[in-house]
Design a protein around this ligand. Sequence first.
Ligand SMILES: Cc1ncc(COP(=O)(O)O)c(C=O)c1O
Length: 472
Amino acid sequence: MKKSIVLKTAIPGPRSQELLRARQAAVPRGPYNITPLFIARGEGAMLEDVDGNRFIDFAAGIGVLNAGHAPAAVVKAIQQQAEKFIHSCFHVTMNEPYVRLAETMNRITPGSFPKKTFFANSGAEGVENAVKVARNYTRRSGIICFEDAFHGRTLLAMSLTSKVHPYKDHFGPYAPETHRMPFSYCYRCPWGKRYPGCNIECATFLEDFFKRYVDPSSVAALLVEPVLGEGGFIMPPQEYYSILINICRKHNILVIADEVQTGFGRSGRMFACEHWGIEPDIIVTSKSIASGLPLAAITGRAEIMDAPQEGSLGGTFGGNPVACAAALASIEIIEKQGLAERAGKIGEKVRDRFEGLWKKCPYVGNTRGAGAMRAIEFVKDRTTKEPAKELVNRISRLCYERGLIVISAGTYGNVIRTLMPLVISDDQLEEGLDVLEGAILEASQALQPAPVESKAAPIAPRPGGEGITGVV
Ligand SMILES: Cc1ncc(COP(=O)(O)O)c(C=O)c1O
């Protein structure tokens, strides 16, 4: 197998260190950096830093590069559009890529009912706009969101986000009328129950929620990531969403799916909602939609999307023609190359490795996921489930030093998630997984007392249970 990782210098190399000093002087610390890496070029699942070191990328700019770094057809579409015109502002003079992309989003999102789509610039803006539409249509203001959810960093999106540190602390006051309920986190069940004997209390609880926290007649929408992203790729059981959604329908509450991270094939389906057969009233997408150009789509039932009056939605840059051209080319790649199916195959390989690690390493508490979005959650002790954040930091650092970019997740920062480009080759995938497995075992060995071959119970049935959960 030809190796893809090439490390020419000590990491970070001299040019990276020089840029790092400039970065520290010129840029505040708030916009954080996971690695000290400065990228010079990217191709497929590989990236090269400014010192000529080549890395395998298991992060893809946080799930943005499903079609890979700089896919040729997307680069060409960007160049061709930029040569014609870069900006029009849809509200002043319209452009064709905007309308064609709206048609495409209406076609590929779940639900065969008539739909309409408009565009914004980021995931957070997409979520904010979905909430605006839902409130306007229902004439209600309440939004139900979830523990461990992440929806972005603007005021309303931050308010809907769960994790306090670092996303919310000292950024209040938060937007009102957001109501948070626990999510279906089988490994750390908020009710201390175990699937399937739990009777999916996390879903039926919504009726109780309406008695204790908010009257359903004041709730516009329930906002949910079908698989929690930043929260650590948490997968609800198969029955979960039908129970939640039936309760919402009973109270005329809309369902908004935030597919910003799960979208465009990553979960093994074009949209993760499809795993549960969910047809949300509004779906928000972004990240991989345009292979890295800033864009978000808000797609929903036509009658809902048409509720806000003319002039009430939009913005200067939303649906920029270059970004829309990039999105049309990206979606064509994802569809024609069958990247959702490929995500399933990638996921099988990652899942096998992670399940093997669960048997070998006692610090692996749980592994789960859908398609290529797989998570491995680390604990100091399988009984107490105390999160092992420091171990994850050590693993991430070792990976970086060995030429693999990985990122963590979870409210406790104790999860590693895989977000590799779906165009990754089998060899690159194996090489990356070898590095990750080596780093996990080495970092675990360094812990005291030294880990021994796990004597833990056999693998629990899935979904639900202890070690290995998730639906796909
Ligand atoms: C599920 C989800 N929603 C919203 C966002 C916010 O997107 P952005 O960072 O583009 O504002 C993210 C970003 O990670 C996300 O994962």
